[in-house]
Write a protein that binds this ligand. Structure first.
Ligand code: NAD
Length: 500
């Protein structure tokens, strides 16, 4: 008889709590098998999580900067030492290759390192004598309880875009990770505890819309960071803002690469293939649309990309020879296959077609191979919609201006890249493209932790991007103190005190 699948519970007040009636299955996308069950929070778990976070905030926010950063430094060491374990959990539930999973842990670690410098980042300003004997000082203080709602595609990195800075700034943080791959967040919770973080400062609350909606309107929640698809981001932003929370809601993407005729096509094709098919195209900064300027560029690029797609090794993420793993669910695989079929019916040509791929030994896995659709036009669904899988669409433009205008009409504005050897064209692109993150001969221009990450248009609702300086601003609020210390009449008497 098969062993019952283990159930993953919440992390509340420093301990695992099951306590839910509802559960959802967790899959290994490479085998298609259920590997566990996840407890889904209801109103009672939400209340307990928020109450314990609120209590923890009161003392954590008053702890010295030295004590808070001490915990962050210890967590950094533990995470670096156990990065392989976090990566293995990611691969088992997400499906991405182990190298890719290690890469995401590394990017998260860089935000932890940035957060270790919070003492410097939270410094205010001060002016002496703004008026006679009156001084002014600005402070930044934590908000209270911050919530992070995160997507499946980076189960460790995206939470770490948020919580290291949130807690370093003195907040308590409740993470609501994706229900598809929740285990990495549980290990992060244990490592934070081991690093000395007081119980309740970091909470993991698993759940679906029920838990999220309860958090968005909870009077004891002060801020909400969200990363996920655009329709949900819109809902999160509107609901949380209407309930007086500070919100940043990062949405979906359709990232374009503009390829000019003077580009080194070998370099461009390597970069675009890697950015389109790495992590099975399930990266928010994946290049999912390439725009070639000129028919000759388009033909040469299509041929070069098809060659690279054919050489790609698809298999389980835990298999060291795999370049690309499965997609997250069977529904996702079937939705992608239907989108490819629809594009072909609308006139696109498949120069690589990954539908129906069967990986030996992983016959029930959620695989779709790298797919390239050429002669896609702007109006086709395959270009308009975020597909979020290993499907690259190739469009043609007659000129730089036409290509740039096409990219700028996209409802998304996360990332955009240009491939060229012309500095003037690159400069023009950098200045005029409507996207929050721009690559020049760089396909995935993800900023380092000390810069801020975020898109434009439907890719971000809110004013502040994540991590970097803007992350510190998001998790703190400003206060300006004006103080006057009147001099005592007659001044200070420095004479020796006597009875007279
Ligand atoms: P998703 O929007 O389905 O889910 C994200 C989170 O929201 C999950 O925790 C989920 O439980 C919760 N959620 C889902 N539906 C909800 C609802 N109706 N009400 C309340 N909460 C809900 O996204 P996903 O499929 O997990 O992740 C993929 C998406 O995330 C893609 O669109 C991708 O572009 C986007 N993403 C964007 C960025 C960025 O930087 N802008 C980064 C990573 C991922």
């Amino acid at each position: 008889m098969a062993e019952p699948s283990p159930t993953i519970g919440h992390w509340i007040a420093g301990a695992v709590e099951l306590g839910a009636e509802r559960c959802s299955p967790i899959y290994d996308p490479a085998t298609g098998q259920v590997t566990g069950q996840l407890a889904l929070a209801g109103p009672a778990e939400v209340e307990r999580a928020v109450a314990s976070a609120r209590t923890a905030f009161e003392s954590w926010s008053r702890m010295s900067l030295a004590a808070r950063t001490g915990v962050l430094f210890a967590f950094r060491e533990l995470l670096a030492a156990r990065a392989g374990e976090v990566a293995a959990l990611i691969t088992a539930e997400h499906g991405k290759t182990l190298d890719d999973a290690r890469g995401e842990v590394q990017r998260g670690l860089e935000v932890v390192e940035f957060a270790c410098g919070v003492a410097h980042l939270m410094k205010g300003e001060s002016s002496e004598s703004i008026s006679t004997r009156v001084d002014s000082t600005s402070l930044r203080q934590p908000l209270g309880v911050a919530v992070g709602i995160t997507p499946f595609n980076f189960p460790a990195m995206v939470p770490m875009w948020m919580f290291p800075l949130a807690i370093a700034c003195g907040n308590a943080f409740i993470l609501k990770p994706s229900e598809r791959d929740p285990s990495a967040s549980m290990l992060l919770a244990r490592l934070l505890q081991e690093a000395g973080l007081p119980d309740g400062v970091f909470t993991v609350l698993h759940g679906d819309r029920e838990a999220v909606d309860a958090l968005l309107v909870h009077p004891q929640v002060d801020a909400v960071s969200f990363v996920g698809s655009t329709p949900v981001a819109r809902h999160i932003y509107a609901t949380a803002a209407a309930h007086d929370k500070r919100v940043q809601a990062l949405g979906g993407a359709k990232n374009h690469a503009l390829v000019l005729p003077d580009a080194d096509l070998g370099v461009a094709a390597d970069a675009i293939a890697s950015a389109a098919f790495g992590s099975a195209g399930q990266r928010c900064m994946a290049i999912s649309a390439a725009v070639a300027v000129g028919e000759a560029t388009g033909d040469a690029l299509a041929a070069a990309l098809a060659e690279r797609a054919a050489a790609l090794q698809v298999g389980a993420g835990s298999d060291r020879s795999s370049d690309m793993g499965p997609v997250i669910t069977a529904q996702s695989r079937d939705r992608l296959a239907a989108a490819v079929e629809g594009a072909i019916a609308q006139g696109a040509t498949a120069v690589a077609d990954g539908r129906g791929l069967v990986v030996p030994g992983c016959e029930q896995g959620f695989f779709i191979g790298p797919t390239i659709l050429d002669h896609v036009t702007e109006a086709m669904d395959a270009h308009r919609d975020e597909l979020f899988g290993p499907v690259l669409v190739l469009l043609r433009a007659a000129s730089f201006e036409e290509g740039l205008a096409l990219i700028n009409r996209s409802p998304y504005g996360n990332g955009a890249a240009i491939f060229t050897q012309d500095g003037g064209a690159a400069r023009e692109f950098r200045s005029r493209v409507s996207a929050g993150m721009v690559g020049i001969n760089v396909p995935i221009p993800v900023p380092m932790a000390y810069y801020s990450f975020g898109g434009w248009k439907g890719s971000l609702f809110g004013d502040l991007h994540v991590h970097g300086r803007e992350g510190v601003l998001f998790y703190t609020r400003g206060k300006v103190v004006t103080e006057r210390w009147p001099q005592r009449p007659g001044g200070v008497d420095y004479g020796f005190p006597t009875q007279s």
